[in-house]
Design a binder for this molecule. Structure first.
Ligand code: SF4
Length: 443
């Protein structure tokens, strides 16, 4: 496994105010409140002011840890964390590339991640034994993954396994906990990313297995469409928000007739897109690119669909004068628009339509592009705070991430596995990731 290495190419301009949602003080962990108080008391949000404050904490930590420290962030981070992490020598990438960063750099012993919990856990899953992984804010959860926790999926999986036995195989999207990835590994299944889901599903179909695709229903459906599968052979499970799922005999019979079972989770940031939005931009000469966590009609209408890595590279490589309307997370598109400006490429968010724009039925579009609010809970006070607390040996234990951790991002209640259980989980979860690599390498 190896991860792509590149810089985002984003510049930190001293005159541009930093865009950061500010949270109420009582929302911070006790240990982080002093940093939040200081940040909120700064006279402005201009980089010159914010850097000076951040440097006072980050520089001593960089000096203290030297080469053993690795800072990581995901492309969807808001509040300029993407640029800040790069400024301090860190690395920004998509969730798959992030998961490999610690493994590829054994000299890094302290890994600090600014993104959501499952991403930090994926890093821990592949990390070496002497590497510690920390998340700047344990309240940062992926809502898609939060609706596919092991205690939600396992009871359904058990019912399906009882009925279909070895004929059932689980494909687990990267946006799952290690516990779900381990189920995939145990059933002979594999992990997939948004860029290789079609290869993994194709591989599973060749085995003649019934597939349980967890957690994103849209990626599952888009993948089936891309492979030319009969969409009537997809079975969508009940909405996980509606409570515990019990499959009665009638539903089981329908599942028996299906080829792929879709877990009913989705990403609120990506479900807002529609075919009408895509066509609105196309009719005005824009090239439309979209993430496959979006609904099928939007993905089908778009000129291209692919992962965050695909979308970022499309902007980096666009010819001057290009006009790109992109359908994905809002902070990403904002950063992509900044990048585009450096090369005379215009970038807009597909959902950011003029207020008088209407859909094909003459109705106004009801949404605007939004960012991943939960991921952006990792703000500058959290970055400054965790690095300072780590340097002082006072970082809260709840911010440390182990493979197999199950965390409730709302209550911060965490369930940690015993070492022997963790070992077993790591074996199965790694197996599911290694299968993905083999499938991708085999083309
Ligand atoms: S954008 Fe959606 S899928 Fe991505 S981390 Fe946020 S909630 Fe999860």
């Amino acid at each position: 496994m190896s991860s792509p290495q590149f810089s985002t190419g984003l510049l930190l301009r001293p005159d541009l105010p930093m865009c950061q949602t500010e949270f109420p003080l009582d929302w911070y962990q006790e240990e982080f409140k002093p940093y939040a108080e200081e940040f909120q008391a700064l006279p402005d949000r201009l980089p010159g002011t914010v850097f000076k404050w951040l440097d006072s904490y980050v520089t001593p930590a960089l000096d203290h840890f030297g080469d053993s420290l690795l800072l990581l962030a995901h492309f969807y981070m808001g509040g300029e964390i993407v640029k800040l992490v790069e400024r301090y020598g860190g690395s920004v990438s998509d969730s798959y590339a992030l998961s490999l960063k610690a493994r590829e750099a054994p000299e890094k012993k302290v890994i600090v991640e600014s993104a959501v919990h499952f991403m930090a856990e994926s890093i821990a899953l592949l990390a070496h034994d002497d590497q510690d992984v920390w998340i700047t804010n344990p309240k940062a959860g992926c809502t898609m993954e939060m609706l596919a926790k092991d205690y939600m999926v396992l009871p359904v999986f058990d019912q399906l396994e009882e009925r279909f036995g070895d004929d059932l195989l689980v494909i687990s999207y990267m946006n799952t906990s290690g516990r779900i990835k381990a189920i995939a590994g145990r059933t002979g299944g594999a992990v997939c990313t948004s860029s290789n889901a079609h290869l993994v599903v194709k591989w599973a179909r060749k085995k003649g297995k019934k597939i349980l695709f967890v957690p994103d229903q849209h990626l599952g459906r888009n993948t089936a469409a891309k492979l030319g599968m009969d969409l009537n052979k997809l079975h969508l499970l009940p909405d996980p928000q509606s409570g515990a799922i019990h499959l009665d005999s009638r539903e089981m019979d329908r599942i028996a007739d299906s080829e792929m079972i879709l877990w009913g989770s989705s990403c609120g940031v990506h479900t807002i897109f529609s075919g009408d939005m895509v066509r609105w931009w196309q009719e005005r000469g824009w090239t439309t690119l979209i993430h496959p966590e979006s609904p099928l009609d939007a993905v089908t209408a778009a000129d291209g669909a692919g992962s965050t890595d695909f979308l970022w590279k499309a902007v980096q490589n666009a010819k001057p004068g290009s006009k790109l309307a992109i359908g994905t997370e809002g902070h990403f598109v904002r950063n992509a628009a900044e990048l585009g400006k450096q090369n005379n490429v215009e970038v807009v968010h597909i959902a950011d339509l003029p207020h008088d724009a209407v859909d094909s039925k003459g109705k106004p579009f009801a949404s605007a592009g939004c960012g991943c609010a939960t991921m952006s809970r990792n703000d500058p006070p959290h970055l400054a705070g965790i690095l300072d607390l780590l340097r002082k040996g006072e970082a809260p234990e709840i911010n440390k991430v182990y493979a197999g951790d199950s965390i409730d991002e709302i209550t911060m209640r965490r369930e940690r596995l015993a070492a022997s259980e963790r070992e077993e989980l790591i074996q199965y979860a790694r197996l599911s990731m290694e299968r993905m690599i083999e499938i991708v390498n085999a083309g």
